[in-house]
Write a protein that binds this ligand. Sequence first.
Ligand SMILES: *[C@@H]1O[C@H](CO)[C@@H](O)[C@H](O)[C@H]1NC(C)=O
Ligand SMILES: [Zn+2]
Length: 443
Amino acid sequence: MAKLQSSLLFLFLLLLLTPTQQQQKQPQPHEAEHDDPISRFQNYLRINTAHPTPDYASAVSYLRSQAQSIGLEAQTLEFSPNKPLLLLTWRGSDPSLPSILFNSHLDSVPAEPSKWAHPPFSAVRTPDGNIFARGAQDDKCVGMQYLEAIRGLRAKNVRPIRTVHVSYVPDEEIGGFEGAAKFAASEEFRGLNVGFALDEGQASPGEEFRVFYADRSPWHVVITARGTPGHGSRLYDNSAMENLMRSVEIMSRFRESQFDVVKAGRAANSEVVSVNPVYLKAGIPSPTGFVMNMQPSEAEAGFDIRLPPTVDPDLVRKRIAEEWAPAWRNMTYKIHEKGPLRDYLGRPLMTLTDDSNPWWSVFKEAIAAVGGKLAKPEILPSTTDARYLRQLGIPVIGFSPMTNTPILLHDHNEFLKDTVYLKGIEVYESIISTLSSFQDASH
Ligand SMILES: *[C@@H]1O[C@H](CO)[C@@H](O)[C@H](O)[C@H]1NC(C)=O
Ligand SMILES: [Zn+2]
């Protein structure tokens, strides 16, 4: 009897306790069971900063709390409403020397959850160590690695000579016009006296770290042809469609000539001018589609054009005006330049990667010190915020330390392996300690 009573009591207690225990086991979005580099990275990844509605406020507040736990100075700047930019500072012992800046962006491109093996904002770590999340490679990895490296160096009582700044900027994925562009143009930025900066790069499928010394600059070009309209049965010269198609043929030939150089292995994709048609607009709409017996008086085509810094933009402008959309063929054009092409002295936006650039030499040393190998420096095929800093004449290297990693930025199932992430922290510890103790009177 006593035995039965006590088992009933036990059952009763179990019933009482079970629900609360289950509640406690539910992981909270930004609360980790452990506090270690991987869980802190996962917490950052779980904040949904994807466009079109990036949660900048939560990301900034999370990073601020991290900075506080490390003991860094933090300030939130706002150059556009609801687009905060977080700036962290680790003061050096000689503030008269130019500082070093480590930049990353808070936002990411959207994700289509149905195409993912794991929810894109869950930051699931699989048994083989892959952490799945939008932003895992682009570029929340580097954002957190900078912080972890500083945390590690402070724990070892390292004291920088140069001041180290870490910036987290909004809007990179939509051009950076309200983020890095405004930051770079600000009084606050000038006050930082930045001598050298690192920004995001790309994963490397091989053993070598990839480094980027320039971006390509995007142009959106729209060409429009006008001509006499006419019956669909008539043959006559210089219709809008004929004039537009002539231009498309000429542009296609140019595209082929550039692509041939790449196919022959004489240049990388990012070293040539790419010209890709992205839309065609013509015809007179009808309820069932288009009026078929009428030749329209206007036709338009849009192109995504990317210029490497090695190409003279004036020559491309001349080509557009004289060959691709010449006025004598009754064509007009619009060029939307999506960012700067030259620095304030009129020089191409490129960072030197030879020993004439002492920052490059010191950077190379820092990589070698942790047994890393650097691949041949490249031009990035796309665009990053680095261009706004290069525009000011500041040397910037694009670098995301991920070796043996497939390139998954903007792709479904973006992931980063935990061991690769941790190795990256070690690499940044070396970079930050080497660069911040580098003393050269002229830089
Ligand atoms: C340009 O437009 C004018 C006026 O409509 C026309 O006379 C001329 O033939 C057109 N030229 C070309 C090359 O399309
Ligand atoms: Zn990025």
